[in-house]
Design a protein around this ligand. Structure first.
Ligand SMILES: NC(=O)c1ccc[n+]([C@@H]2O[C@H](COP(=O)([O-])OP(=O)(O)OC[C@H]3O[C@@H](n4cnc5c(N)ncnc54)[C@H](O)[C@@H]3O)[C@@H](O)[C@H]2O)c1
Length: 254
């Protein structure tokens, strides 16, 4: 069998780049899609078995070009990782329509467009889609009316896709990362938000890009061949926990 091929969006940096590196290490070839052409060239330049595709996933024509070029270069697609995402936090009254659309067009429209563009390729050998949502799509919070709503929609899109595409042998799952120190998080996590996350996370720390990539790579692989329609939080326990952690920490071990 020839080497499997993954398309990873938002692959120039952060969780997308960590996923690319992990998949390469497991013998995949990777088409790296990112609209930041400079950062993409710098990241892809250091790697082999990759194809750098400087495209914007919110634009249907660029999506078509990205998938066409992947087919031409690699001849197959076994997995799609819909990782590209935009975080823009603000109160509801300051979220004008332009800001709302900026978030939706990448996080939701781009995930829909990329998935649709590769369905035929994935169906050929029974491939996998992994959508990257967020804990902000599982639990509501302040300042995230656009971001949180877009990620909740990605979670439901995952289930819609799993229900329909299972017919073609395609598995579709969703990973919800907790906070990870990437450029995205550094731009929107104020000191107050950072402290609040520590207060709410049993493991009492941010995750690493690699820890999120491990879950994504598992879901892409045949090791997850009977897993579809699932939403997995890689979040240090945030989603499963209610109140009380700071009080417990203050009390110390019994
Ligand atoms: N970092 C976190 O704390 C965190 C938490 C939960 C979820 N996530 C999600 O994980 C994913 C990756 O996040 P990250 O922290 O690595 O982000 P990042 O900002 O470090 O990287 C995102 C990459 O996506 C690219 N991108 C954005 N919009 C694009 C578009 N329309 N077309 C093509 N490329 C585009 C950017 O250029 C960038 O290189 C995102 O979907 C994000 O919402 C991140």
């Amino acid at each position: 069998m020839s080497q499997p091929v993954a398309i990873v969006t938002g692959a120039a940096r952060g969780i997308g780049l960590a996923t690319t590196n992990l998949l390469l290490g497991e013998g995949w070839r990777v088409a790296m899609v990112d609209r930041d052409g400079d950062e993409l060239s710098a990241s892809a330049g250091a790697l082999t078995d990759v194809l750098a595709l400087p495209y914007d996933i919110s634009d249907p024509e660029q999506v078509t070009r990205a998938v066409d070029e992947t087919r031409a270069a690699f001849g197959r697609v076994d997995a799609l990782v819909n990782n590209a995402g935009v975080a823009d936090f603000g109160p509801i009254e300051e979220t004008d329509f332009a800001r709302w659309r900026r978030v939706m067009e990448t996080n939701l429209d781009g995930t829909f467009l990329m998935s649709q563009a590769v369905t035929r390729d994935l169906a050929r050998q029974g491939g996998a889609i992994v959508n990257i949502a967020s804990i902000s799509g599982l639990r509501a919070s302040t300042l995230r009316v656009a971001y949180g709503t877009s990620k909740a929609a990605v979670i439901h899109l995952t289930k819609q896709q799993a229900a329909e595409l299972g017919e073609h042998g395609i598995r579709v799952n969703c990973v919800c990362p907790g906070p990870v120190d990437t450029k995205l998080a550094l731009a929107v996590h104020s000191p107050e938000i950072r402290a609040a996350y520590h207060d709410a996370i049993p493991l009492n720390r941010y995750g690493s890009e690699r820890e999120i990539a491990e879950v994504i790579a598992f879901l892409c692989s045949t090791r997850a061949s009977y897993v579809t329609g699932q939403v997995i939080a890689a979040d240090g326990g945030f989603e499963s926990t209610g109140v009380g952690l700071p009080a417990l920490r203050e009390a110390g071990p019994a």
